[in-house]
Design a protein around this ligand. Structure first.
Ligand code: RB5
Length: 148
């Protein structure tokens, strides 16, 4: 699995924690910043990560900002992205099982690095359940493709 990851200035510390986690898990990643030395705009980081996922260059994405909200809103504007804003381990598992989320967003001003690590680990390790969830996810894709 290859992961695209980015944060704005509000999410640098958790992003660094997650880079370490992915090193430990042996997961390949592309780190798209930010450097963390100044204030930046989250859409400039969310969209490139989302584009790497929809292009197939990366299998999944992870985005961190202050709340995770701006990143998730921006990423979900990219067709084909199902970005889940998650701050608990149960939802991390559920969104992979049920929604086949392809980007995880978290907020560094909401949770600490330890919980962020557990959430990311769970999200990275959980596969889509398929079955009855398949047609629900397909309905989202159909809407995006204007097939309603
Ligand atoms: C930056 O101050 C902050 O607005 C950003 O990190 C994020 O929380 C936006 O949703």
């Amino acid at each position: 699995m290859k992961v695209a990851i980015a944060s704005d200035h509000g999410g640098v510390n958790i992003r660094k924690e997650l880079l370490q986690l992915m090193d430990e898990m042996g997961i390949e990643y592309v780190d798209l910043g930010c450097e963390g030395s100044g204030s930046v705009d989250y859409p400039d980081y969310a969209v490139p990560v989302a584009e790497k996922v929809v292009s197939g260059e990366c299998d999944r994405g992870i985005l961190v900002c202050g709340t995770g909200i701006g990143m998730s809103i921006a990423a979900n504007k990219v067709k084909g992205i199902r970005c889940a804003l998650v701050h608990d381990v149960f939802s991390a598992k559920a969104t992979r099982l049920h929604n086949d989320s392809n980007i995880l967003a978290m907020g560094e001003r909401v949770i600490g690095p330890g919980l962020a690590r557990e959430i990311a680990k769970t999200w990275l390790e959980t596969e889509f359940e398929g079955g009855r969830h398949e047609k629900r996810v397909q309905k989202i894709t159909d809407y995006e493709l204007d097939k309603r």
